[in-house]
Every structure is written in C-alpha cells, then in structure tokens.
Design a protein around this ligand. Structure first.
Ligand code: NAD
Length: 352
C-alpha cells in the first residue's frame, strides 16, 4: 500500500562511469567557470594536480588540506584562498572530507562546487554541511552547498584499500537503511535505497577480492550514488545520530563506526519498520537483513566492535546521554537505557 508522501527532487547533475574524469573540463565549461580552486585531502594531491592540469588556466590553485569533519580553521583558510584568488567555483576531489571543505566554501561565498568523489560516503549528493570548532561539529542544510555537478569515476576508487572500500560501502548502505524508514520516505526514494543497497552488497565481495575489478567498482559507485541521493532526500534516524555522537564526541573513525553500529540499529528498529525490512530482505535475498549485513561485514574482515575502534567502555554513558539529549525521528521509541544497551552490544561486538 502506498501512503501519502511529499517528494522534493534535488537539482543534481551526475556524470557517471569509468573514465568520466575526462568529462570534468566540459562540466566546468558548461558552468561558465574560469577561475576554479581545486580542493582535496593530502592523499588526493596527485589527482588534484591531474585535474588542475586538465583545466589549464581555468584552475587557479590547489588546496590539499581537507581533513575529517571540516575543522573551522581549514574552512577559513579555503575561504580566504578562494577570495584572494578571485575563484568563481571549486572542484572538490576526495571523500566526504574534501567535499565537505567545498561545501564550507560554498556556504560562505556562494561559489558552485563540482564534486569528484573517491569514496562511497555520499556527501556529494546532499545539501548538508558540517563544520567543527572546539571539538563540536555543527551541521545544517543549505541548498547552496549541494554540488552543481558530480563526476563519479569508479577508476578513482580503485586506490581505496579493501578495508576503506568495505567500511565506506557500509556507510552508504546505512543511508539507504535509514532512508527506508525515514519519516519523509517516499516511493521513489525507497526504490533508490533498495537498489543502492543491493548494488553495494553485491559489489563489495568483488571489490575486496580484486580492488581493480572495474565491474565491481562501478557497481559499488553506482550504489553509493543512489545511497547518497537517499541521504540528501530524507531525514536520518537513530543510526546516524549514534554515529554522529561517536565520531563527534570520541573522534571514532566515520566509516568504520557506521559499519559496526548499523546491524545493531537495524535489528533494533526492524520490528517497527516492516516495509523497510521487506525492501531490504528482497534486495539482499534474505529473511534477516540485519544479520545479513553483520555476516557480510564479518566475511569482508570489517571491524566488528566499538572496542576494536578504540572506544572505552566507560564512554557509553556519555554517548547515550548525547543521543537522547535532543529529539529526532526513529521508527521505534528510544530511551537512554535502550541506547546504552545498543552501545554495549556494539562495543562488545555481539549482535543479539
Ligand atoms: P574521508 O574523506 O575523510 O576519507 C578517508 C581517508 O581516505 C582519507 O585519508 C582520504 O584521504 C582517504 N581516501 C579518500 N579517497 C581515497 C581513495 N580513492 N583512495 C585512497 N584513499 C582515499 O572519509 P569519508 O568516509 O569519505 O567521509 C567522511 C567525512 O564526510 C566525515 O567528516 C563525514 O561527516 C562527512 N560526510 C558528510 C556527509 C554530508 O552529507 N554532509 C555525508 C557523508 C559523509
């Protein structure tokens, strides 16, 4: 049965496929940009140089300083550099950290961002920005930060080690899972979520077996695109709230934390999210999607517990407090005790 819904399409343009980085100069031309600042993390500097060289004198600088959670000081440096260079747009190449830096510039200066994602995190498909100062990460939605064009070249993901490929893939699947039971879910977003999650779970074993398998890499990037679009279109629930608190408060690594926490939250929410369970069961060809994700992560040697990620057992109470401090949507009612017990299970690495 289809309930009433509201669906607002985001104005996204996607250029997809192995080798599509060659299309980037045409994308920049189509946008009328002539003074582009290329933003990346330290590890993407070679790709950034390649991009700058393909743009010729339309690239006016490279800032290889993107780091996790967009520190306000880094954002301020990027804004100052874009201003001093007279930049009229940014190309952000890398994972969520690089794209987050591009969003910070867009938020401040209104410059268009062309995103070239190299992980599966999905930030390129969302109007959500994040900025961290004094250890506190603020996030918000602003249509100006949504990249105007996204070039998905799966060849750029080949350099991701197997471990990051798996955890980044699970990060994307988490967007799909929570999009399926979101308060603002809609039929078209649910189709994207189920297809995105399906494509990723079927691709990840191939990616791990052979990181340069372009068929598997392309299927994984395709899934990441769809899951990112779901993240951009819906409101996330308990899982993202938990991961945000664990990353923001304790500095736990983003993709790995998503991977550990997801099966626990899905198992908890499943009895209150029957349509999501049906969609995921069909997508994964299983009767128990939470157990399926747990077993898949285990078979791909992903981290299995928050303890393994360096969280101290004593921190559970602080995170539980943070997660219930402000209300948010979740299909199943949440109390502090429930959050603490989910965290204990995730800390131990035991799926009940
Ligand atoms: P990341 O961008 O920090 O990348 C993780 C590490 O992998 C970095 O060291 C990076 O240099 C490296 N890396 C990236 N691509 C690589 C490649 N192809 N080969 C080898 N190494 C590579 O991590 P992420 O998981 O992509 O993004 C996480 C960040 O993005 C977090 O800060 C998160 O909050 C944010 N995020 C934001 C949104 C949003 O909508 N605003 C969505 C998802 C994630």
């Amino acid at each position: 049965m289809i309930d009433g819904f509201t669906y607002s399409a985001l104005p996204m343009r996607v250029v997809f496929g192995a080798g599509s980085l060659a299309e980037l100069p045409a994308e920049v031309s189509a946008l009328g940009l002539s003074r582009v600042l290329v933003l990346c993390g330290p590890r993407q500097e070679d790709t950034a140089k390649q991009i700058a060289s393909s743009l010729g004198d339309r690239a006016v600088g490279i800032l290889p300083e993107a780091t996790m959670h967009v520190p306000a000081a880094t954002a301020a440096r990027a804004v100052a550099l874009a201003t001093s260079l007279g930049a009229d747009g940014c190309v952000a190449v890398g994972g969520g950290s690089s794209i987050g830096l591009g969003k910070a510039v867009a938020k401040e200066l209104g410059l268009p961002v062309v995103a070239v994602p190299t992980t599966y995190a999905g930030s390129e498909m969302t109007p959500v920005w994040g900025l961290t100062s004094d250890g506190v990460k603020r996030t918000g939605r602003d249509p100006r930060v949504l990249p105007v064009s996204v070039v998905y070249d799966p060849a750029l993901t080949v350099s991701m080690p197997a471990s990051l490929s798996v955890t980044s893939g699970f990060n994307a699947i988490a967007h799909a899972v929570e999009g399926l039971y979101a308060p603002d879910a809609s039929p078209i977003v649910s189709l994207m979520a189920a297809e995105g999650a399906r494509s990723l779970v079927s691709a990840l074993p191939g990616v791990v077996a052979d990181g340069s398998d372009m068929t598997a890499r392309t299927a994984a990037s395709y899934g990441a695109w769809l899951c990112g679009a779901v993240l951009g279109a819906t409101t996330m629930s308990l899982h993202h709230k938990l991961c945000h608190a664990l990353g923001g408060t304790l500095g736990l690594p983003h993709a790995e934390t998503h991977t550990v926490v997801l099966p626990h939250v899905l198992a908890f929410n499943a009895p209150f999210a029957p349509a999501a369970v049906t969609a995921l069961s069909r997508a994964f060809d299983t009767s128990d999607p939470a157990r399926y994700l747990w077993d898949l992560a285990d078979s791909l040697n992903a981290p299995g517990s928050l303890c393994e990620l360096g969280m101290s057992f004593a921190d559970i109470g602080e995170i539980a407090d943070a997660v219930v401090a402000t209300p948010y949507a979740n299909p199943r009612p949440v109390t502090r005790d429930i959050v603490a017990s989910l965290l204990r299970a995730a800390w131990e690495g035991a799926l009940t």
